[in-house]
Design a protein around this ligand. Structure first.
Ligand code: IPE
Ligand code: IPE
Ligand code: MG
Length: 244
């Protein structure tokens, strides 16, 4: 049973997306190098995965590296790639033990070969787990995803009338994954930065000023409680939603 049900929380979102932002500012406040912030961010991700399992979240999608992040200084990009490879190496056994299934959202072009192999192996090694589906949006961009989907649909010879919302969803990296119910962005930025642009069309957003390395289990609990108190109307009126 979810740890949250004890506290008024009976509406745990099925799918939570997180834009893990603010690692750089977290280090700036401490006089550290940016990479130290990314390292702290990875540590925090481990805690948040564990908390997500405890809270009964079924799907967790984390934004780890965007198609735009290639534009950062080379050393930072390289450092981020190395960190991800290290994290997979260090954490895979424990993730497996917790019943976490790892999926990758994004494409592999430009990604160093050793990291491609680590990601592919991690996906393969955890594919039968189903306690938490952890989607790692790495080398991911919502627009890039859409372009690839359109190219594939044309390649498959689809006719205009066959192009429906459901069909498009099946051509995205998130095929067979329900849309996110809640998207969290840390570090106080009010923008989507190309994250799940199709899938998050009706997500609830939660923006917190807390930087990602400091966004621990209690912060996640706050976000879930906030979500539980919202009314999702999907275009309808409040009366309709309440069934009166
Ligand atoms: C998020 O933290 C991590 C990645 C984008 C990989 P940032 O590195 O963007 O941190 P800020 O925004 O500079 O504080
Ligand atoms: C979004 O953060 C990408 C990730 C968290 C991986 P950024 O820090 O790259 O976003 P912008 O560029 O400030 O919008
Ligand atoms: Mg940022």
């Amino acid at each position: 049973m979810s740890e949250l049900s004890e506290t008024t929380l009976d509406k745990v979102p099925v799918h939570v997306g997180i834009i893990m932002d603010g690692n750089g500012r977290w280090t700036a406040e401490r006089g550290l190098q940016r990479l130290a912030g990314h390292r702290a961010g990875v540590e925090n991700l481990r805690a948040i995965i564990r908390a997500s399992v405890e809270f009964g979240i079924k799907y967790l999608t984390v934004y780890a590296f965007s198609t735009e992040n290639w534009g950062r200084p080379r050393a930072e990009v390289r450092g981020l790639m190395r960190l991800l490879a290290e994290a997979i190496e260090k954490e895979l056994a424990e993730l497996n033990e917790q019943g976490v299934c790892i999926r990758h959202l994004g494409h592999m072009e430009g990604v160093p070969g050793n990291l491609v192999k680590k990601i592919t192996d991690a996906v393969e090694a955890t594919k039968d787990n189903d306690r938490l589906i952890l989607n790692v949006a790495f080398n991911y961009g919502g627009r890039d995803e859409m372009v690839r989907a359109i190219q594939s649909m044309i390649r498959d010879g689809l006719q205009p009338k066959e192009i429906t919302e459901e069909r498009i969803s099946q051509y995205l990296f998130t095929k067979d994954i329900p849309d996110p119910d809640l998207v969290i962005r840390t570090s106080g930025e009010f923008r989507t930065s190309n994250f799940l642009m199709w899938q998050a069309a009706y997500a609830e957003w939660y923006i917190t000023p807390v930087y990602w390395p400091s966004f621990g289990k209690e912060e996640l609990r706050k976000a879930l409680l906030n979500y539980a108190n919202r009314e999702r109307r999907f275009g309808k009126t409040s009366d309709q939603v309440k069934g009166s």
